[in-house]
Design a protein around this ligand. Sequence first.
Ligand SMILES: Nc1ncnc2c1ncn2[C@@H]1O[C@H](COP(=O)(O)OP(=O)(O)OP(=O)(O)O)[C@@H](O)[C@H]1O
Ligand SMILES: Nc1ncnc2c1ncn2[C@@H]1O[C@H](COP(=O)(O)OP(=O)(O)OP(=O)(O)O)[C@@H](O)[C@H]1O
Ligand SMILES: [Mg+2]
Ligand SMILES: [Mg+2]
Lengths: 226, 226
Amino acid sequence: IIHMDGITKVYDTGKVKVEALRGIDLSVQKGEFVAIVGPSGSGKSTLMNLIGCLDTPTGGQFDLAGEAVAGLDRDQLADVRNRRVGFIFQNFNLLPQISAFENVEMPMLFGGVSKRERRERACELLERVGLGNRMDHKPTELSGGQMQRVAIARALAMNPDILLADEPTGNLDSASGGDIMTLFKNLWEQGGTLVVVTHDMALANRAGRVVEIRDGLIVRDTANAA
Amino acid sequence: IIHMDGITKVYDTGKVKVEALRGIDLSVQKGEFVAIVGPSGSGKSTLMNLIGCLDTPTGGQFDLAGEAVAGLDRDQLADVRNRRVGFIFQNFNLLPQISAFENVEMPMLFGGVSKRERRERACELLERVGLGNRMDHKPTELSGGQMQRVAIARALAMNPDILLADEPTGNLDSASGGDIMTLFKNLWEQGGTLVVVTHDMALANRAGRVVEIRDGLIVRDTANAA
Ligand SMILES: Nc1ncnc2c1ncn2[C@@H]1O[C@H](COP(=O)(O)OP(=O)(O)OP(=O)(O)O)[C@@H](O)[C@H]1O
Ligand SMILES: Nc1ncnc2c1ncn2[C@@H]1O[C@H](COP(=O)(O)OP(=O)(O)OP(=O)(O)O)[C@@H](O)[C@H]1O
Ligand SMILES: [Mg+2]
Ligand SMILES: [Mg+2]
C-alpha cells in the first residue's frame, strides 16, 4: 500500500541546505503496523510528510495505494488523503479558533458525512480518548496531552485505511498513552495499516515491524531480519 | 526559594470553568531537584506557569526567592524572571522568524549581557545540546526535538538560579534525552534549583524528590515520605 524506491528529500532554503532523506527504500503492505524510530533530526517527520502526501520528494519513486502519487493533481491528492489517510502531526496542528469537537468533525465535513453521523462519531471518538468533558474547549483551553488526544481523535474520524502518527504519545502519561496504544491496536485488528514514529519503545515493541532511521537512511528493518 | 500555600487556579472563560489547581501546598528549598509527575490534564503546566510568574493564582499565598510575588509590579516581575528563572515550555515557544542562535541570545539581550559574551554563550549552549550545525536554522527549519533543544539552550542562557522545565524530553530519543539529563544534573551540582514536569520516569527518578499531581491536588510527595 506504500511503496518507496530511492526516495530523497533536500531542504534548500538558499541559506541552509539539508539532505534530510538520502535514499529511502520502504515497502509497507496493507494491514501492517510499522514503528519508525531513530534519533532526533534523523528524518522521521520528513518521511512521514512524504508518505502522507503533504510534501513532495526531491527524487525517487513513490506509490500510495497502488497509484503513483506524482501523477495525481492537487485535488485528487487531497481527496485520497482525506478519505484514506489519517495523520497525527508531531505538533498536533489543530485549528485554534474552534472547539475540540469541531476539530474532530472537520475531516467528516470535507468527506461529505451527514451532520447526525458526524456529530455522533466526533462524540464517540472524544469519549474514547478520554475527553468527553472537554469537547467545547478550544485548543488553547486544553493541556498539551489533551491537544494531542484531540489530534488523534481527528485522525480517526474517517476511519482511515492508513494511519500515520508522528510521535502520538510524547505528551501523554503512561495511562493515557496506553489508551492510545489500544486504539491503534483496534484499528490494526480491523485491517488498518499503521505507520507510527515514536521515541516510546513500549509503543514501538507493540508494532509488528520496526524500521530505524539514522541520518536520512534506513539502517535497520526487522522485516528483513525475519 | 519557592513557597506555595493553598494555591488555587480556576480557568473561567464564561463558557467553560475548570478548577485546574484546588489547593496546592508546595515548598522547594534552594538547590533541590524536584520532578512533577501526574496524568495528562492534572494541572502540572498550570502549576509551572504560576511558579514561573507567567500567570497569577486565583487564590492562596506564593513567595518566590523570598519575595511575595503578588507584591511585585509587572516590570519587577519580568526582571526577576529574566535574571533568575529559566523556563522551558511544553510547546517550546520559540520566536519563529529568527534563527536558533538568535532565540538563545534573546534573554541575554534583555539581561544586558555584552555582545561578545552573548555570542560566545549562545554558541557554547547550542553546541552542548547537539545543535552546533543548526544555529542558522529558523524553528520551522528544525525537527521537533531540535526545537525542544533550542528551547532548553535558551532557558540556560542566563545561568538561572531556578530552572523550570515542562516536559523537556517529550520529543527526544533516549540519547538526546540523556544529554539533557546531564545538562540538568550539571546545573543542579552547581547549586541550581530545578523543577521538572515529566512523563519520562527515567528523568523523574534522577530527581531528588518526586511530587505527584492528580486532579489539581498533590497526592504524593517523596519529601514527606523521607
Ligand atoms: N486556558 C484554559 N481554559 C480552560 N481550561 C484550561 C485552560 N488551560 C488548561 N485548562 C484545563 O486545566 C486542566 C489542567 O491543564 P494543564 O495544562 O495544567 O494540565 P497538564 O497536567 O499540564 O497536562 P499535560 O500532561 O497533558 O500537559 C486541563 O483539564 C485543561 O483542560
Ligand atoms: N524546512 C526545513 N528546512 C531546512 N531543514 C529542515 C527543515 N525541516 C527539517 N529540516 C532538517 O531536516 C532534518 C530532519 O528533520 P525531521 O523533522 O524529519 O527529523 P525527525 O527525525 O522528525 O526529528 P525529531 O525526532 O526531533 O522530531 C533535521 O536535521 C532538520 O534540521
Ligand atoms: Mg519529528
Ligand atoms: Mg502540560
